[in-house]
Design a protein around this ligand. Structure first.
Ligand code: ZZB
Length: 258
């Protein structure tokens, strides 16, 4: 899988995270790294998701930057020229997902420049970086989860203000209009993030329709087919230093998570 690693700079941590990180960063800026297969949708990021029970590491990429992701992802990254020392993981600190919730972060290329980290039940520690950037206009999982969080902020132990960013149109398709995810969630009668089976179907449908029939509604490549814009947005993000290529060999993932 060839992902785009999106660098979401942390602007403000929770008190608990701040305490855990005190004196450990060596003056480095810290970024949550979200792995996405849909760089063209980054204009519509409204938040970022982590799993509350997942253990994340803070890894030195170089003297100036540190990345938050799973151990597994950091090990992969160290063989891909993402860290300055090849084959060597330099872990500065450890953070449980629950203490990352509520962090204020930058969302590069989004119409919302600053967003918050929120909890998602279905984040897999064995896939990508374990950090998921949220595009509720085009990802049914993200939309269903955001709606859950808005309905039950107290249950999820979050400040409702962190969920205040509404989905925005990023691309349009003949089948689902300006926002595929809300349309599919409604069509497949998905009630919450717990409807895992229907969400998998919705994701498949959204992927296919967006990729083959989508047209960009925002950004530098507005009006262009998604198929063409996808690579261009990715290149543009990498050029701006807000993203990097992150590959995950399928076999390696399976053997490591087994
Ligand atoms: C932004 C985005 C926007 C995504 C969208 C999807 C969609 P796949 O195809 O199953 O490999 N993701 C990444 N890592 C994880 C994880 N550890 N646990 C759970 N979800 C994860 O799915 C790749 C997508 O799954 C990634 O692309 C990421 O969400 C999420 F409009 O990033 B995506 C129709 C999907 N639309």
């Amino acid at each position: 899988q060839e992902y785009t690693g999106v660098k979401m700079e942390v602007i403000e941590w929770s008190a608990a995270a701040q305490k855990a990180l005190e004196g450990k960063l060596g003056g480095r800026k810290v970024y949550l790294v979200a792995a996405t297969l849909r760089p063209e949708t980054m204009y519509g990021q409204t938040n970022c998701f982590v799993g509350t029970a997942i253990n994340y590491g803070v890894f030195a990429a170089n003297d100036k930057e540190a990345y938050v992701c799973t151990q597994r992802a950091a090990r992969n990254m160290t063989f891909q020229g993402i860290f300055d020392v090849r084959g060597q993981v330099n872990q500065l600190a450890e953070l449980e997902g629950s203490v990352i919730i509520g962090a204020k972060i930058k969302a590069p290329f989004s119409v919302y420049p600053e967003v918050y980290v929120l909890p998602m039940d279905n984040v897999l520690p064995t896939k990508g970086t374990g950090v998921v950037t949220s595009v509720p206009s085009d990802s049914p999982d993200d939309y269903a989860t955001l709606m859950d969080l808005r309905k039950k902020a107290e249950y999820y132990k979050i400040d409702p203000a962190w969920t205040a960013f509404d989905p925005v149109p990023v691309l349009s398709t003949p089948a689902y209009g300006e926002m595929s995810a809300p349309a599919l969630v409604k069509q497949l009668k998905i009630a919450s993030q717990k409807d895992v089976k229907q969400l998998a179907d919705a994701k498949e449908l959204a992927y296919k329709e967006g990729f083959y029939n989508g047209t960009m509604s925002v950004g530098e490549f507005k009006g262009e087919p998604v198929q063409e814009a996808k690579g261009k947005v990715r290149t543009s993000m990498i050029k701006d230093g807000v993203a990097f290529a992150y590959a995950e060999p399928e076999g390696l993932v399976i053997s490591r998570s087994a």
